[in-house]
Design a protein around this ligand. Sequence first.
Ligand code: PMP
Length: 433
Amino acid sequence: MPDHLFYQSAVKLPTIARAQGVYAWDVDGKRYVDACSGAIVAQIGHGHPAVRAAMLDQLDKVAFAYRTQFENQPALDLAQRLVDLGGGRFDRVFFSSGGSESVESALKIARQYWVCRGEPQRKVFIARKPSYHGATMGALSMTSYTPLTQPFAPMFPLYPKVASPTQYRVPAGRSVAEHALACADELEAAILEAGAAHVAAFIAEPIGGASTGAEVPHAGYFSRIREICSRHGVLLILDEVMTGMGRTGRWFGYEHWDVRADIVCLAKGLGAGYYPVSAIMTRAEVTDPVLAAGGFQHGYTYAGNPLASATALAVIDVIEREGLVENAASTGAYLLQSLEQLASRHGFIGDVRGRGFLLAVEYVADRASKEPFAPALCFGDAITRAARDCGLIVYPRKSLMGETGDHTLIAPPLITTPAQCDEIVDLLDAACT
Ligand code: PMP
């Protein structure tokens, strides 16, 4: 049969036939352990009957209604549910469908907030390097990942990027804590360079996902970041597209350090692969000036439709009912420990890190010096392919032009059991051998 589809590369991939729980099967009947929840999406595993039932129930009522014409009860309920999960920190929710859309929404509400507050010169957005915040032009302008940005760089504004805090690669002579604060202080330097009165917002992931490979910042980092943002009146946007919805063993990544964000972006695990759903959570202080001035000039046709909202509500119910946030914390810690044992058997595993079920394995040419493999070697891709041959799906990322090592994210569904973690580690062991 001719193949008319094109996607990220010309590499021929197996065709999936079905999936259940943490397993997937291709059309040839080969079984895979889905150790990355698709794209860190399938939070509650595949084929959950409760979500199917809730979706069918909603389909029988109404699947779509445009929210400029009708409000719908599932959207109202989902907004309330998210506000409740946020523990009262946020009281306004705006829906969209994908992660990039939620980042766009965050950037645009931040920009419109400043315009409506009478500070239209606040146009500069600051992000980190490396980072990934999405594929659309606004989100891409927040992204620092050369292979993705380079082809399009003339098409979007080049905003300042400050260092992502790492625990693995710390410059000689600095402790991890000192390095974290030095990275945070780069934000202040960037704000001062742009002129504090010109900066709209700073965006960061609580735990770097695809970009840094589950790098957990040192405890002092975010309190310094919050302090710097507050001192200069800069909004703090946390991109929780990957870290949200229980992934790191807390409902939201910011809970690990009690970070007070002005806007939080959610996607991936919110619809958990059953339907594309995303959202931003913020506060009335941010949205009121915008609404008073005539409204948020931004919207998406599919945003907060009844089927999307009913799906996300069912996903949240499952996460709560089955204690999956707790499982991500405890079984994730077990998986991290098992991966550390694996690292002791393979000299090219330089580091194993992460929180909850957002874990990463970093591969290096030299463990002692932490020297990355040459980018041309595409070592991470080779491991990903070997894993797939062994029946294990991991989330790949190529070396950032040799700036860091290759890594693969290991981020299975939050339902994963310790026995299934053993299976993941055994298969990765085989792929590394
Ligand atoms: N932000 C982060 C942190 C992400 O990891 C991603 C997707 N990998 C996005 C935004 C973009 O999400 P989407 O692909 O759904 O547009």
